[in-house]
Design a protein around this ligand. Structure first.
Ligand SMILES: Cc1cc2nc3c(=O)[nH]c(=O)nc-3n(C[C@H](O)[C@H](O)[C@H](O)COP(=O)(O)O)c2cc1C
Length: 167
């Protein structure tokens, strides 16, 4: 599990996904910020996720997939994004957020894509950014849907070959 976060909400989502995958099968799951991973040698599958800023994955997450593109093409990869648009899980919002991931999917073909609602906490932003997002009218709150995160992690466990599908 590799993730990128600015304000911390994606780190907690990644930790929960890692916990579920680890509990579903006979495997060891490492959950680490992308900056702490030098490569993916030794991993049988990879999940990469990032918080969204200005309609994009964070640059360090993008850099991670670009730097390891060859290795990532050799193992199953699942991708996810954490953002405010998904606080309302509508078809329209899903396609908007799925499009945020288009540049990533050009580099690596995921077996699953997870789109999750995140957190807006003005208090965790530097002053200028706080003024900017307030002005844009971004709603404050923790919009994470942990059931949706866990359900996706469980589905991913099957797709990554960690867990047998339910019969
Ligand atoms: C400066 C800024 C820009 C953002 N841009 C978007 C955006 O374009 N689309 C969106 O859905 N959410 C956007 N968000 C919301 C974040 O994706 C959300 O707060 C997410 O939970 C952040 O993840 P993190 O806590 O791991 O950094 C933005 C947040 C900030 C602070």
């Amino acid at each position: 599990m590799a993730y990128a976060t600015k304000a911390g909400s994606t780190a907690e989502v990644a930790a929960e996904i890692g916990r579920v995958i680890g509990s579903e099968g006979d495997c060891v799951v490492d959950v680490r910020p992308v900056e702490q991973l030098e490569g993916i040698d030794g991993y049988d599958a990879v999940v990469v996720g990032s918080g969204i800023r200005a309609g994009r994955w964070l640059p360090e997450a993008m850099k991670f997939v670009e730097s390891h593109r060859k290795a990532l093409r050799r193992v199953p990869v699942a991708l996810f994004a954490v953002c405010l648009t998904m606080r309302e899980d509508t078809e329209e919002n899903r396609s908007e957020v799925a499009a945020y991931l288009d540049p990533v999917c050009e580099v690596v073909q995921p077996v699953e894509v997870g789109l999750f609602a995140g957190v807006m906490d003005y208090g965790r932003l530097p002053l200028l950014l706080r003024l900017m997002v307030k002005k844009m009218g971004a709603p404050e709150g923790d919009f994470r849907d942990w059931e949706a995160v866990r359900a996706w992690a469980s589905q991913v466990s099957v797709r990554l070959g960690v867990k047998r599908p339910a019969v």
